[in-house]
Write a protein that binds this ligand. Structure first.
Ligand code: NI
Ligand code: MN
Length: 225
């Protein structure tokens, strides 16, 4: 399974022959300047919440690729109002898609659209893919609800924010990894802005010391998981 990090909290995952793109925000990210946003392919675009650093490129990629946009009803409506036709609104719970079952789970954060409209509740995704099961928490602090995740699925890997300030920091992400019972964590939501700069080696060590692996992927360099 191919994983491509596009910077901040944006990543692409190919599973079961389907291309899933999460939280597209590329053109506003200085660290992702070398990424050609028009080269990104997607069958599905999933938005965890409405903040600009998660949906900045959602509409343009959806219009170009025809990908199905999945997210809170309010986010999907926002995309529809900009011409996106292929959409599937969700709220907390589960739904079935071509790539498998999807749980949309709560996150402790906020959610307004870039224009200020209400974005619904912020959330995270648990993907029960044919080949892999993985959890992306979205922007959130550490929360007890994460302990539900292992009751739903034995995860192959998880994507968690580690930058602190607006989300969990690495110390809390280590506890989150315990809650979700997953040893392989891919870190996101770090380095993009001044508030969330991290020391890569020290952060990886925190996870190693806890018997876990933290992957900090290079932007635009696909790798196999
Ligand atoms: Ni946010
Ligand atoms: Mn964010």
């Amino acid at each position: 399974m191919k994983f491509t990090y596009y910077g901040h909290s944006c990543f692409g995952i190919e599973t079961g022959g389907k291309k899933m793109l999460f939280d597209p925000f590329i053109t506003g990210n200085e660290l992702a300047k070398h990424i050609d946003v028009n080269s990104i392919e997607a069958d599905f675009i999933l938005a965890s919440h409405g903040h600009g650093d998660h949906v900045g490129d959602l509409v343009s990629i959806a219009l170009r690729t025809g990908a199905k946009v999945i997210g809170a009803y309010e986010i999907v409506t926002w995309a529809q109002n900009q011409g996106v036709k292929n959409t599937h609104p969700v709220n907390f719970g589960s739904a079935n898609f071509d790539f498998g079952k999807l749980h949309f789970l709560p996150a402790w954060h906020s959610s307004s659209m870039p224009g200020g409209e209400y974005g619904g509740n912020p959330g995270g995704f648990l993907v029960h893919g044919e080949e892999y099961k993985f959890y992306y928490s979205g922007d959130t602090c550490l929360m007890m609800d994460m302990q539900l995740v292992p009751r739903y699925a034995k995860l192959d890997f998880a994507i968690l924010p580690i930058g602190g300030n607006f989300t969990m920091d690495a110390d809390d992400a280590v506890i989150a990894a315990d809650f979700i019972q997953c040893k392989k964590i891919i870190g996101v939501h770090f380095d993009t802005f001044g508030y969330i700069k991290i020391d890569h080696e020290a952060t990886k060590k925190k996870f190693r010391d806890a018997g876990k692996e933290l992957i900090l992927p290079e932007i635009g360099v696909p790798f196999n998981l």
